[in-house]
Ligand binder design. Structure first.
Ligand code: LLP
Length: 416
């Protein structure tokens, strides 16, 4: 157990952001503010490429996507996983090469299938019989990976566990549905069989779950080959590798993760779709403290100028974060406080039990690290709070890649 009063562990902040003058950035761009270390993002992409081969890695854009991010991923040579027409649109709008796009989704609309078809995506991940039928009918002629439910528990929050038999995604191996789907794609005169896919869940620390999933997928592949006489070109094992949010979190390295997968499937081409493990640790969120309210016998509320609208993860999944005051990083943190947002809900908490210096006060900047994945991408305008700006920092220089929403943006869709 780490001493809760100990100073903040700066290793949770990417190197390129540690020496930044956050007060200056906050003065120029306002708060809340997402700040990404571009070199960190690039290094994570490279590391995945080194361990799997960049042609076998598709960054899962749901974790964080904007044009700058799509371009960065393209420059690093990875593919991109898009799961909706919206993500497809942003990727294409950024100039991302369509032949490196993987199109996902458990309920693709006709319009989305048509958009993927017209763009010429590398592959579609087939998720249901309805969809296979529609892919054929709508004239999609590309590769189809069949998504398999391997029946493996990921040991993560149930909302983000996707590989069990209860899942809404994919075809069950246990019931024979997966094999039937593969046979259908292989027999199709229009579709090209691209391989098998599975994704057991997200924010997964247990490498043994990946080992199990890989082993099951190896068996599925053998079974498919036996039944169809056709080889499985690739086994895409999805994403999900967990990030280190708290200093003591046991996040495995990309190297350890790759070793488990390759050991389980030594003779197979393996692909992966990491999102969080590329983007999460690359960014911090900078807030301004507005009020500090001690409620005797309860807690001290330290209220910041954002909350569940820029980071809904604590509310949705009970996710934990660290918090620190950047102008006194080395200070002891004996105060246990509840970092609350500004939304009209008691549950709007960013960090329920943050360790902070006792002199935390209105006007302080407060930072939550490891907010690069599923923060901005799940941000909302709840309470008509404008969404924050997003900065990319490289070599100490910041550039705005997504501007802050303005009050005018809050009515731009209103027609009356
Ligand atoms: N591939 C597929 C098919 C997925 O569904 C996902 C995530 C990924 C890859 C990327 O997973 P990652 O490497 O980022 O864990 N909003 C939740 C996470 C939802 C993940 C959904 N699918 C959260 O904030 O924890």
């Amino acid at each position: 157990m780490t001493d809760p009063a100990a100073p903040f562990d700066l290793t949770l902040v990417p190197e390129g952001l540690r020496a930044l003058d956050l007060e200056a950035l906050a003065a120029e761009y306002g708060t809340p503010l997402f700040v990404y270390d571009e070199d960190h993002l690039r290094a994570r992409c490279c590391e995945y490429g080194r361990h799997f081969g960049s042609e076998n890695v598709a960054y899962a854009s749901k974790a964080f996507l904007c044009r700058a991010m799509a371009r960065l991923v393209a420059e690093e040579g990875l593919g991109l996983d898009v799961a909706t027409g919206g993500e497809l649109h942003v990727a294409l709008n950024a100039g991302f090469p369509a032949e490196r796009l993987l199109f996902h989704g458990n309920n693709k609309s006709d319009a989305e299938i048509a958009a993927a078809r017209d763009a010429g995506v590398a592959a579609v991940v087939g998720d249901s019989d309805d969809e296979l039928e529609r892919l054929e009918r709508l004239g999609y002629r590309g590769r189809v990976l069949v998504r398999v439910t391997p029946g493996v528990e990921a040991h993560t929050h149930e909302y983000i566990e996707t590989g069990t038999e209860r899942s809404k995604f994919g075809f069950s191996f246990a019931t024979g549905a997966a094999l039937a789907a593969v046979e259908r794609v292989v027999r199709s005169e229009r579709l090209a069989f691209g391989g098998l896919h599975c994704h057991i869940g997200s924010q997964v620390y247990r490498l043994d779950s990946y080992g199990k999933a890989a082993t099951v997928m190896g068996e599925v592949a053998l079974e498919c080959e036996r039944a169809t006489g056709v080889g499985v070109p690739v086994l895409d094992l999805g994403g999900g590798l967990g990030a280190r949010y708290l200093a003591g979190d046991p996040a495995p390295s990309i190297a350890e993760y790759a070793r488990v997968l390759h050991d389980a499937l030594p003779d197979q081409r393996i692909a992966v779709e990491p999102g969080r493990s590329i983007a999460a640790a690359a960014a911090i969120t900078v807030y301004r403290v507005g009020t500090v309210k001690a409620v005797p016998g309860v807690t001290t509320y330290v209220a910041v100028d954002g909350g569940m609208s820029d980071n809904p993860r604590p509310v949705l999944y009970g996710a934990g974060y660290e918090a620190y005051l950047p102008d006194r990083v080395d200070a002891p943190r004996p105060l246990t406080a509840s970092v609350a947002g500004k939304h009209c809900e008691q549950g709007d908490v960013v960090v329920p039990d943050a360790h902070l210096p006792v002199d935390v006060a209105p006007g302080d900047l407060l930072v939550t690290p490891v907010t690069g994945a599923y923060g901005y991408s799940m941000a909302s305008n709840y309470n008509k709070v404008p969404r924050p700006a997003v900065l990319f920092v490289r070599g100490g220089e910041a550039r705005v890649v997504i501007r802050r929403e303005t009050a005018d943006d809050l009515t731009r869709l209103d027609l009356d």
